[in-house]
Design a protein around this ligand. Sequence first.
Ligand code: GDP
Ligand code: MN
Length: 404
Amino acid sequence: MKVHEYQARELLVSFGIPVPPSMVIERIEDAREAFAQSTLGMPKPLAVVKAQVHAGGRGKAGFVKLVKSATEAEDAARFMLTHRMVSPQTGPEGLEVKKLLVASAVDIAHEFYLAITTDRMSRRNVLIASREGGVEIEQVAHDRPEAILKEPLHPTLGLQPFAARKIAFQLGFKGKQVAQAVNVMMALAKLFEAKDCSLAEINPLVLTPPDDANPPHADGRVVAIDAKFNFDDNGLFRHPDLQRIAEASESEEDPSEVRAHKAGLSYIALEGNIGCLVNGAGLAMATMDIIQLHGGKPANFLDVGGSASEQAVTEAFKIILSDHAVKGVLVNIFGGIMRCDVIAQGIVNAAKEVGFKVPLVVRLEGTNVEAGRKLLESAKANIPTLQPATDLADAARKVCAAVA
Ligand code: GDP
Ligand code: MN
């Protein structure tokens, strides 16, 4: 499940992490007022207009803009709301921008990276921090891994204050900054745990320049200006607040992916024209590979899993067939817990309910394969485009030839 930056900011605030004030707008004509609100009382008014899309890399794409006047804010809003955002994380077609965040901008003395996630190698949650935060953190991690600090969290006690202090010093925080940075880390760890996160990331966490007029901030302030969260979907039922966000953001996701998720299927839409229905993520990956090997392109990744019902399998076929790019379908099932007859019944149902107008290549093996084949044999008249395949390579060859 994905949340927007403005929703991530609300979470940070609710755990006591300092975040500059901001508001969300959806219309160009609201930009002027939002600028006025977010720069209220600033000696030198400065705001930042940020596209709210489910992808990063906004800064480099021109969808994070510092603005010094209401007119500049309006221009930035006009640009962002009338152009799709293309970044390395969106694919070439980009994303439509429907909402903007207008935030009070801060002066930045330094940008840090701070995150908590699960480290599968050590089987612990780990705090990740770097002095080189900002927009190039992936590059830093790749080129100079030594610039990334990692601190494992205690399995039951979580992040301990001494560990947070150690990281704060290693990041170079000094004086009154240390306690502020420690507070942010402790709060982020608490949030990570409380909300069943798989990733809680602040990038950048910024240090503002010293402010002598304001003694508590004489050494500068530590504030979060961008955040990203991933949540464990299996924990979602415990968090009504997150469920509401999930429902609200469904309208922005691929409708087929939302539909598949509701049916308990793992489905990801892709660019090709061969629809795939497979059981098991590994087999699904192998199926996509062998399709490519034979010169085809998969239209989707679809793992029906081990325990899908006949209804879920039927739904899976309907989702694949509703994609107009699909010119052929490959079913590749190795029945284990999933039974071949359940899959076959799903094919028969889908043929009845929506019909296979495109070639359908079916490779079935494993549990109840004979029952599955019999079902397909007896429904042959309803599925004229069906071609059985003997093995995976045969199936890939047949489906690639059928769509060529
Ligand atoms: P992202 O590119 O999608 O990760 O968007 P961010 O919100 O992280 O913004 C990208 C960059 O814009 C940051 O790393 C900052 O350098 C800059 N930026 C964002 N907000 C502010 C701000 O309030 N003040 C200043 N001076 N720069 C900002
Ligand atoms: Mn960022």
